[in-house]
Design a protein around this ligand. Structure first.
Ligand code: JB8
Length: 302
């Protein structure tokens, strides 16, 4: 078994090979290597009982397509999940499910164990989800208002959204429970989107397009500040704000002196390189403003 606080994810599918690459790369691949996430991918046909490994049958009442057999799914889930549910949560992707949201992702990231039941054809016999509710939480979830050919791609979407929220996954190492304060853990909160905007990197001029600077850059800052203050006021805060155009550290020091602040809280998106070298300006502020500087990270990737 993996380390403590690890998330165990089981996936049941007739296409186990579908998951190899996506779960092996990037943040999730590394989290799996470290043991922060543990995957079990199971071929549903292992629980089929006939020579053809049949997993589907004709729908009662007629209609198009085939329906996945309850006996095969029942035997699979009986073997994968302990009889008492073992604190697992069963997630069944289906176009008729409740919409998958960032809040649901955050809830899943706090679970010890998720089991994804990926259907194909017209879906899984409706009694399977019903029967499993006797032993565990069962969520029927949709990742969007369109119809996929099966639950596999939907499961990957959810696993990616959950994986990047796990503690220990890059960018979350120092997060301080600031989900409700501008982080993407609470995208419906008052602060949603305040720190987002277009981003730029080198070269400064590309195909005759300049990275916004001066007045052009200020425009975005002015709007972001407006929206931020509006949201804060709407939530009952007496926040004031100002846009800083010269060096933020000098402005911060001046502000600390001006208002006699005894603490500074910096809310920022994490940046991998800056964090690694402790070169971010919030860290430098610690040595310059003469009061404690608490740094909070939003839950987004570097
Ligand atoms: C058969 O669009 B979907 C979705 C579609 C599906 C199945 C599961 C999910 C199974 N078609 O979220």
């Amino acid at each position: 078994m993996g380390r403590k606080n690890a998330l165990r994810i089981d996936i049941v599918t007739i296409f186990p090979e579908y998951f190899g690459s996506p779960l092996g790369v990037s943040l999730i691949g590394k989290a799996a290597v470290r043991g922060d996430i543990e995957f079990g991918v199971h071929d549903l046909r292992r629980w089929a009982t006939d020579v053809h490994h049949t997993v589907d049958d004709l729908p009662f009442g007629g209609g198009p397509g085939m329906v996945m057999k309850p006996d095969v799914w029942g035997d699979a889930l009986d073997e994968i999940v302990p009889a008492d549910g073992g604190s697992a949560r069963l997630v069944v992707p289906t176009p008729s499910g409740v919409p998958f949201t960032q809040d649901i992702a955050a809830g899943y990231a706090a679970e010890p164990r998720l089991v994804f039941a990926c259907g194909r054809y017209e879906g899984i016999d409706g009694r399977v989800a019903e029967a499993m509710r006797d032993r565990m939480l069962v969520d029927e979830v949709s990742v969007g208002d369109y119809v996929l050919a099966g639950g596999e791609a939907a499961a990957l979407v959810m696993i990616e959204a959950v994986g990047r929220l796990l503690p220990g996954v890059l960018g979350n190492a120092s997060s301080v429970g600031d989900d409700s304060f501008g982080g993407d853990g609470d995208p419906d909160g008052a602060m949603r989107g305040l720190l987002e905007g277009p981003v730029y990197t080198r070269p400064r001029t590309w195909r005759e397009r300049e990275v916004p600077e001066g007045e052009a850059a200020k425009d975005f800052g002015v709007r972001a500040l407006e929206v931020s203050l509006q949201a804060l006021h709407a939530s009952g805060s007496e926040a004031e704000g100002r846009l800083v155009e010269d060096h933020p550290l000098d402005a911060l020091r001046a502000l600390v002196d001006e208002v006699g602040a005894d603490e500074v809280i910096v809310l920022t998106d994490p940046h991998y390189v800056e964090e690694f070298f402790h070169r971010d300006w919030a860290s430098r502020a610690r040595h310059k403003v003469g009061v404690p500087v608490l740094k909070l990270f939003s839950h987004s990737e570097a």
